[in-house]
Design a protein around this ligand. Structure first.
Ligand code: ZN
Length: 91
């Protein structure tokens, strides 16, 4: 794994930890940083990162806390508290 990918992994961990500690603003900061690293290095963000972050407000999503998860027509629909929805095929 190269350094940028490792950095993204670590920022993902930090975002998850901050969200778990009730620090959404700090979590969002890490999410944005990770997106920037990915962009600058032309990397695709890991799937788990994409699923647990909001494209609209960069929140780190915690189902049952700041996100709602529903199953619909074979898709997982995640709704962020900002109102943005993301759909993924169920797997
Ligand atoms: Zn959002």
């Amino acid at each position: 794994m190269d350094i940028a990918a490792e950095r993204i992994e670590r920022l993902h961990e930090l975002a998850r930890a901050a969200a778990a500690e009730g620090e959404p603003d700090r979590a969002r900061y890490y999410v944005r940083l990770a997106r920037r690293v990915a962009e600058r290095n032309r990397l695709t963000l890991p799937r788990s990162f994409r699923r647990f972050t909001c494209d609209e407000c960069d929140a780190y999503l915690r189902p049952g806390d700041n996100a709602r998860v529903r199953l619909q027509d074979g898709h997982v629909v995640i709704t962020c508290e900002c109102g943005a929805q993301a759909r993924y095929p169920y797997d």
